[in-house]
Design a protein around this ligand. Structure first.
Ligand SMILES: [Zn+2]
Ligand SMILES: [Zn+2]
Length: 245
């Protein structure tokens, strides 16, 4: 019984999904010439590094799309971890959220069979580095704050793929926590709307259609027109995406 579902997208790109977890978190493994890149490290319920080295065993760099528990669960397994400056503190020192809350979310409805040998992962990495130091062929890092101050998307300009993290996926995008910023998210969405895209690979659930960007944009325009583009603004949905302010 495998915890991770591995899908080969092409010779240099794999999607690794925790499809048995209610959050269905996705990670993406990019195979480089000398080093590989993993985008996010999942919930940490099961080790990740050995799964990746089995696919390809070059040294691995980690880029976190943002510092939330469900995307950084296995960072302790890796040496080189990069995250945007504005989320760096949370990665180096740990999240300002009670462990009991994270545990509850992490273990909710997880089949007992997968929890044999489970140990709550250390959700910090003292040596995490600023993403500005990161370089991977053909990948641009786009700062897209809103869901968290240091959220980033990764843009593969050769293949026109956007790795959207938690700012775009099928389902409800959360922008109501204290550390979120609806106005920043609006600016981020306006920014990525201009990108040439063939595919979006998101931080959760199935791959969304490209049109999801416009759907979220239209939701945000509505919020703005109603002067509700702020925390407590409510919930709006369009097609496969909702936004909770
Ligand atoms: Zn998140
Ligand atoms: Zn998430």
């Amino acid at each position: 019984m495998n915890w991770y579902l591995i899908e080969k997208i092409n010779d240099t790109l794999y999607k690794i999904s925790e499809n048995k977890h209610w959050e269905k978190t996705n990670m993406y493994y990019l195979i480089g010439k000398e080093r590989n890149l993993i985008i996010d490290t999942g919930t940490g319920i099961k080790p990740l590094k050995s799964v990746l080295t089995e696919i390809d065993n070059k040294p691995i760099d980690v880029v976190l799309t943002h510092a939330h528990w469900d995307h950084m669960g296995n960072i302790h397994e890796f040496e080189n971890v990069y995250v945007h400056q504005l989320d760096l503190n949370w990665v180096q020192k740990g999240l300002p959220v009670p462990e009991s809350f994270i545990k509850e979310m992490m273990l909710k409805n997880v089949d007992e069979a997968f929890l044999e040998g489970f140990a709550y992962p250390p959700l910090y990495h003292k040596n995490a580095q600023n993403i500005l130091e990161f370089d991977f062929m053909g990948i641009n890092i786009i700062h897209t704050p809103g869901h968290s101050p240091g959220s980033v998307c990764l843009y593969d300009k050769f293949n026109e793929i956007l790795f959207s993290g938690d700012i775009l996926y099928e389902g409800t995008i959360y922008c109501h926590y204290e550390s979120t910023d609806p106005k920043d998210l609006f600016e981020s969405i306006k920014g990525i709307k201009e990108f040439k895209l063939k595919r979006i690979l998101s931080g959760h659930y199935s791959d969304p259609e490209i049109t999801i960007i416009n759907d979220l944009f239209e939701i945000m325009v509505e919020f703005e027109n109603e002067k509700l583009l702020h925390h407590g603004g409510g919930l709006k949905c369009k097609e496969s995406i909702c936004l909770q302010l």
